[in-house]
Design a protein around this ligand. Structure first.
Ligand SMILES: [Zn+2]
Ligand SMILES: [Zn+2]
Length: 230
């Protein structure tokens, strides 16, 4: 409790250099081993993080923008504090860097074609943690860059076992066709560009399954906007 109160009144300090300003200052972020513009599937250089055509086998997203590596201790601590200790201020700092990454690598004419979404968190999990950290991040980004946000756009249609306990093949089978779009959204997907905001991406993540459902309903493009990759 005391720690909570202390955090509430203490000024923001960089997790890395202790400078009072943000939880992660620009200088420390630039010193981290960040991702160059590469294709997320093969990790080779590509324009604006675009997934190469040859890498699109069973891959339904088009670009994945990633801020840094999860194995970086500062980044993983920031994400853990955002996730488990309800430090929503961290999301307020991260949006600045995520939106920079977005604007630097996505040339767009009309923001009306864009929709921000986040992977759903299941009711009981949300109840346990009080809030969905990806939702917090997505809401802040949506407000700041003025792109509309969709919530409740997707439903889970079969129970999946916890991904981390499964092998690679089991993970794929476990997620396969496990999502369905809610009926009131289906007609509005045609030609839209979706930005999926999340904290961490892993190779066999739900992002591909969500992208698959959206593409089947004629979404034009899917972009991942992610804090860290494992
Ligand atoms: Zn710093
Ligand atoms: Zn590739």
């Amino acid at each position: 409790m005391f720690k909570f109160l202390k955090d509430l009144i203490a000024p923001k300090k960089c997790y890395s250099c202790n400078k009072e300003w943000r939880f992660l200052c620009e200088y420390c972020l630039s010193k981290m081993s960040n991702f160059d513009s590469t294709c997320y599937v093969c990790k080779w250089i590509s324009n604006n993080y675009e997934i190469h055509k040859k890498c699109k086998n069973n891959v339904y997203y088009d670009k994945i923008f990633i801020l840094s590596h999860y194995k970086n201790k500062i980044i993983s601590k920031l994400i853990k504090d955002l996730k488990f200790y309800s430090k929503k201020d961290i999301a307020e700092d991260l949006w600045i860097y995520l939106s920079e990454l977005f604007f630097d690598n996505e040339i767009y004419k009309n923001t009306d074609n864009y929709i921000i979404i986040f992977p759903p968190m299941w009711f009981f999990k949300k109840l346990k943690r009080w809030y969905n950290h990806s939702e917090v991040l997505a809401k802040i980004i949506s407000k700041q860059i003025n792109i509309k946000l969709w919530i409740w756009y997707i439903k889970k249609i079969k129970t999946t076992r916890q991904q981390s306990l499964l092998s690679r093949q089991e993970r794929l089978d476990n997620l396969n066709n496990s999502f369905k779009l809610s009926n009131n959204k289906i007609d509005n997907i045609d030609n839209k560009i979706f930005i999926i905001v999340d904290d961490v991406i892993s190779t066999w993540s739900t992002i591909n399954e969500i992208s698959k459902v959206l593409k089947k309903n004629w979404a034009k493009k899917i972009i991942g906007l992610i804090v860290a990759s494992d």
